[in-house]
Ligand binder design. Structure first.
Ligand SMILES: Cc1cc2nc3c(=O)[nH]c(=O)nc-3n(C[C@H](O)[C@H](O)[C@H](O)COP(=O)(O)OP(=O)(O)OC[C@H]3O[C@@H](n4cnc5c(N)ncnc54)[C@H](O)[C@@H]3O)c2cc1C
Length: 462
């Protein structure tokens, strides 16, 4: 059910005071990653007095800064594809979407680079599911034959080796056992060239609408109070002991999300839970003679367990598709997680890359990033209210939701207004019409209490 803007949005907006802070806030956003900045912008442009609290020194410096920022459309549910298809349009219109002149952005505006994505065809069932979902969501795609793929990427082989292997398995270096059956090609896919800049752009846009950002402030607790039979959020307390009051809190802590859920006393109240999982992504020079900036694209390579995209300076960004054989590196304490890449993982990924690009030279000094995904039970996001009135979460982004940050921010702002205006979203999930594509997006699909998606790939692919 759709409802109109709440009374909260009708409140007169007042800007920050001389200290750059609001005298009082309608909403506190915890976290200034791409989501926290996007949600702050969407709420501020609706007239809410937003205070955003971030423990790092600036916007987008958490997991967002390590993102591959790939914009793709293959997801295991039609709603997931619809969201990504709508989300893509925000990136295509990003500079205009921000509603501030480009000169207002100190370091320019992030931009989407459209390369197309080739999902190499390995598993016919997965291929059929993607074709179905893309068709349902109205996403343009082409089924490419192996010859068409090789014509496009003459520097690549389509050999397959029986699925991802560990380097200590003799199969890792073994001969080809088959060949990819072509690829599913989506021409509109691409990547955002600078994810941290994108977050900064959204923060600048939010500030232009009156939001105030407080950096270097860590939330220690989320304050709640009994309100009749239910609980209501009252604000947050920082590690300094300072309290900030607000009737609405939106928790967007990225990999720290489960910690924020604990802080609000909500452990065990959701069907979908999240936890941080460490990941590395690597960067290496393109094979000699290949201009990967111009000739490369995004390529998903499930047989080897990697995906590739062009990286500035004629390099290849190499990500992992989380093959089971690599195991899962769950993180107990994000404060002490190793944020340096490790030689064994880097070498494994580089050697896998060499199987796909025969002229690729494994670099002596690996480069890359190590960060955590906020992985949900079924690798799909939660964009929802919680059992505490006034407390909302955008979490479980599972290494695959950068692309949806702007559209999800719009959804979250609509949700806050609808629920604060009286909608029983748990009973009658909000459906939001996509601003650009006009497609209906059923927010029930992103509920904390949805059934676990059994079609999920159980990986970063969602
Ligand atoms: C290596 C890697 C590659 C990825 N590749 C892709 C990709 O190609 N495509 C894609 O769509 N997605 C990708 N993702 C996922 C995407 O980057 C994330 O989903 C997205 O950046 C998450 O944004 P966020 O704002 O939720 O989290 P973050 O950017 O982590 O922001 C959360 C912020 O909350 C702050 N915070 C947490 N707790 C507190 C507290 N108590 N007090 C104050 N502040 C707090 C943190 O400091 C942090 O800045 C990738 C992720 C990683 C790690």
């Amino acid at each position: 059910m759709r409802v109109g803007p709440s009374d909260v949005s009708a409140m007169t907006r007042r800007g920050p005071n001389v200290f750059g802070m609001h005298d009082s806030s309608d909403v506190i956003v915890i976290g200034a990653g791409i989501f926290g900045c996007g949600i702050s912008f969407e709420l501020a442009r609706r007239g809410h007095r937003v205070t955003t609290v971030e423990m790092l020194p600036g916007p987008g410096q958490g997991s967002t800064s390590s993102s591959g920022a790939i914009v793709r459309f293959m997801y295991s549910t039609v709603d997931g594809v619809r969201l990504a298809w709508e989300g893509n349009r925000y990136w295509e219109a990003f500079a205009d979407y921000l509603e501030v002149p480009e000169e207002a952005h100190e370091s320019g505006v992030a931009r989407k680079v459209t390369t197309g994505l080739w999902f190499l065809r390995l598993d016919d069932d997965l291929h059929a599911r993607y074709v179905h979902n893309l068709s349902e969501a109205g996403v343009e795609f082409e089924d490419c034959t192996p010859d068409e793929v090789l014509e496009r990427f003459p520097f690549m082989t389509l050999d397959t080796y029986g699925g991802p292997a560990s380097p200590d398995d003799e199969r890792f270096f073994g001969p080809a056992t088959g060949s990819y059956g072509g690829a599913l090609y989506t021409p509109d896919a691409g990547y955002v060239n600078d994810p941290m800049l994108a977050a900064r752009n959204l923060a600048t846009a939010a500030e232009a609408k009156g939001a105030c950002f407080r950096y270097g402030c860590r939330v220690e607790s989320i304050r709640t109070e009994a309100d009749g039979a239910s609980r209501r959020v009252r604000g947050v307390e920082l590690t300094t002991g300072e309290t900030i009051d607000a009737p609405i809190v939106v928790a967007v802590g990225g990999p720290w999300s489960s910690r924020l859920v604990d802080m609000a006393g909500l452990t065990g109240t959701m069907n979908i839970t999240t936890a941080p999982m460490r990941h590395e992504a690597h960067v290496a020079p393109a094979p000699p003679g290949v201009d990967f900036d111009a000739e490369g694209a995004i390529i998903a390579d499930l047989d080897v367990g990697t995906y590739y995209r062009p990286e500035a300076g004629n390099q290849i960004f190499v990500g992992s598709t989380d093959p089971e054989v690599d195991g899962h590196d769950w993180v107990d304490d994000l404060d002490v997680m190793n944020r340096e890449i490790t030689r064994p993982i880097a070498e494994r990924q580089m050697m896998r890359t060499a199987r796909r690009f025969p002229d690729f030279g494994v670099p002596h000094t690996p480069k890359g990033v190590a960060e955590a995904y906020d992985v949900s039970t079924d690798w799909g996001p939660v964009y929802d209210r919680t059992d505490v009135d006034g407390l909302y979460v955008a979490m479980g982004t599972s290494g695959n939701q950068f692309k949806n940050a702007c559209v999800a921010s719009h959804l979250m702002a609509e949700l806050v207004e609808a629920v604060e205006g009286g909608l029983d979203h748990d009973r009658t999930p909000l459906v939001v019409e996509g601003r650009y594509t006009g497609v209906p997006i059923d927010m029930g699909s992103f509920s904390r209490n949805r059934s676990v998606n059994t079609d999920s790939t159980g990986s970063v692919l969602g």
